[in-house]
Design a binder for this molecule. Structure first.
Ligand code: CTP
Ligand code: CA
Length: 225
């Protein structure tokens, strides 16, 4: 069985990919999370392996097997995802942030199960999580850095804003207001946004999309060098 292509488009390159949701515990039995399936990030990991890359997949809790030849690091919280993403970062050529990171986490984790009180309203206190992709892109030894933007309105302008604010090289904009694409689905339709190009990729399977994205990413990576 061929392990991977020796002369693929990403041959010899180290790629880190974040995938899936993060899970932020409230107490020993409860957490805050989201419906990310991890499918897009896992499909990108497979496509990058097929293109000859060495892939580290930093994954939140998902129901997917680790793709063949991928080094999977399983994490739970955003803070753990950041720590795992930074490990080996100085040798990382391309960083792809596909994870749906929880923007906030509970300010503290209760040691025991939180009991129901008499009050009808309960308040939770949350604190902002670190921005993983922005932390990576702020480094002096910044890899070629790619983010995703799942939006329900003003998709391109929000994506453009994130590209600039987070100092990304590319952002993949995703309209999740339409049923059947994006979040927790098998298909996706995206616009690939860089500082000087917009490339529309119509609805297709996440696996097919992953192959197309990896082709575009490797071309842009090479022209950036
Ligand atoms: N991201 C990240 N760390 C975070 C939040 C987001 O690395 N704490 C990454 C995501 O993986 C994605 C990109 O940033 O690649 C955009 O995520 P998104 O949630 O769309 O952006 P936010 O900056 O969190 O803005 P908002 O949720 O308000 O739209
Ligand atoms: Ca967010």
């Amino acid at each position: 069985v061929a392990k991977q292509f020796d002369n693929g488009a990403l041959s010899g390159l180290n790629i880190h990919i974040t995938a899936g949701p993060t899970r932020e515990p409230l107490d020993p039995v409860r957490y805050i999370s989201n419906h990310s399936s991890g499918k897009m990030g896992y499909a990108l990991a497979e496509a990058a392996i097929d293109a000859g890359a060495n892939v580290k997949l930093i994954s939140g809790p998902v129901n997917l097997p680790a793709p063949a030849h991928v080094e999977r690091v399983s994490i739970t919280t955003a803070e753990d995802m950041l720590e795992a993403s930074l490990e080996g970062i100085s040798n990382c050529n391309i960083f792809i942030a596909c994870a749906a990171v929880a923007d906030y986490r509970p300010t503290s984790i209760a040691e025991h199960k939180i009991k129901k009180g008499n009050e009808e309203i309960m308040e939770l206190h949350l604190v902002k999580n670190p921005d993983i992709v922005a932390t990576i892109a702020a480094r002096v030894d910044k890899p070629f850095t790619i983010g995703f933007a799942a939006e329900t309105r003003d998709v391109l302008s929000y994506a453009q804003g994130k590209l600039e604010r987070k100092n990304l090289d590319m952002i993949i904009a995703n309209d999740v207001s339409q049923a059947g694409i994006g979040f927790n689905s098998d298909e996706n339709a995206v616009t690939l946004v860089t500082r000087d190009t917009h490339i529309e990729i119509p609805q297709t399977s996440k696996r097919q999309l992953a192959t197309l994205l990896i082709e575009q990413i490797s071309q842009l990576y090479k022209t950036s060098k």
